[in-house]
Design a protein around this ligand. Structure first.
Ligand code: GTP
Ligand code: MG
Length: 310
């Protein structure tokens, strides 16, 4: 994971580039002039277009109007800063870090719809963990497709991490084997990959519960982390993904991927608002397909990128 110096500028630029559509809308509005009703209405529209959701935007705007009145704000630049601060306040409670010391091994299970970026994120997390000198074991819980096992195997090789897999086996059995191997070998972390599934596929959602139970059976308290990987370009559909996966397997964290792509970014605000006061932590954001393109979620940096500040 890149956190320092020049490299940071690189990923931040990519994030900003990825949020381009949002930024064009929002930035296009901030022309340095004064504030009037038309301006506030256009801002409201731009935020809704950025996938923030009507309720989130209504709340943000009513607070913004209050502050404008209270502080006598006159310029669009002042409004931009105020909006940034509101977004930081909204998103801050969603910052979160995985506590690697919760279990030995710490067992992590990745869930999500097809193509969200689960397997890629596992590759990136493995790299981060090896930088932290933690030993990792991967479980290829996506047993249906040979390509899926191979994809995880490639990430395993890149990170010099072993992958437990079974040809056409039962994913719950693979998860069980991986956790027991992790225990026996004294690994620091076990990460269980799962096949993508739609929340409407009842049988597959039941299977996910079974994979979850197999880990608990093997180790009390496991899986310690159940992480939903969400494609940042999915818009408001992300909200129902959070609800359905949480109902099935009790989510402990989120990863939002593809924020370097055409994502509009506002969905992070919508997801956070859904559980205002006690949001599911956003552990990481994905900002590219490469092994280092994973960043800890930082509310302030993200809010800055959204409204076009540095
Ligand atoms: N641009 C970009 N692409 C990403 C990111 N994360 C994943 N991808 C790409 O998204 C595609 C799907 O990624 P996978 O990791 O295979 O997704 P998955 O959730 O494991 O998919 P299934 O196992 O089929 O459900 C791949 O082409 C990845 O390279 C990201 O942060 N940015
Ligand atoms: Mg996968």
């Amino acid at each position: 994971m890149i956190t320092s110096g020049d490299k940071k500028t690189g990923w931040f630029a990519r994030l900003k580039q990825g949020l381009h559509r949002t930024r064009v809308n929002i930035i296009g509005l901030f022309t340095g002039g004064s504030i009037d009703e038309d301006f506030l209405e256009e801002l409201e529209y731009a935020l809704i277009s950025a996938d923030m959701g009507v309720q989130t935007v209504t709340e943000l705007l009513s607070k913004l109007r209050e502050t404008i009145k209270l502080k006598g704000l006159k310029t669009q630049d002042e409004v931009r800063l105020t909006l940034r601060d509101e977004l930081v306040a909204l998103l801050k409670p969603a910052e979160g870090k995985i506590d690697l010391n919760r279990g030995t091994p710490l067992v992590m299970m990745m869930v999500g719809v097809n193509g969200a970026g689960k397997t890629t994120s596992i590759g990136k997390i493995s790299k981060w963990l090896s930088n932290e000198n933690r030993s990792v074991l991967l479980a290829a819980g996506d047993t249906f497709r040979a390509a899926a096992r191979e994809q995880l195997a490639v990430w395993g090789e890149r990170n010099r991490v072993e992958v437990i897999s079974q040809t056409g086996g039962d994913p719950a059995a693979v998860a069980f084997d991986a956790v027991s191997a992790g225990k026996a070998r004294g690994m620091d972390v076990v990460i269980v990959d799962t096949a993508g599934r739609l929340t409407t596929q009842t049988r597959l959602m039941e299977e996910l519960k079974r994979i979850h139970r197999a880990q608990t059976k093997c180790m009390e308290g496991a899986p310690h982390e159940v992480i939903l990987v969400i494609d940042g370009t999915n818009g408001q559909n992300a909200l129902s993904q959070v609800q359905a996966f949480d109902a099935a397997v009790n989510l402990t964290g989120l990863i939002i991927t593809k924020l370097d792509g055409t994502a509009k970014g506002g969905v992070l605000a919508a997801i956070t608002r859904m559980r205002a006061g006690n949001p599911i932590p956003i552990y990481f954001i994905g900002v590219g397909e490469g092994i280092e393109d994973l960043q800890a979620f930082d509310a302030e940096e993200f809010a800055n990128a959204l409204v076009g500040l540095n």
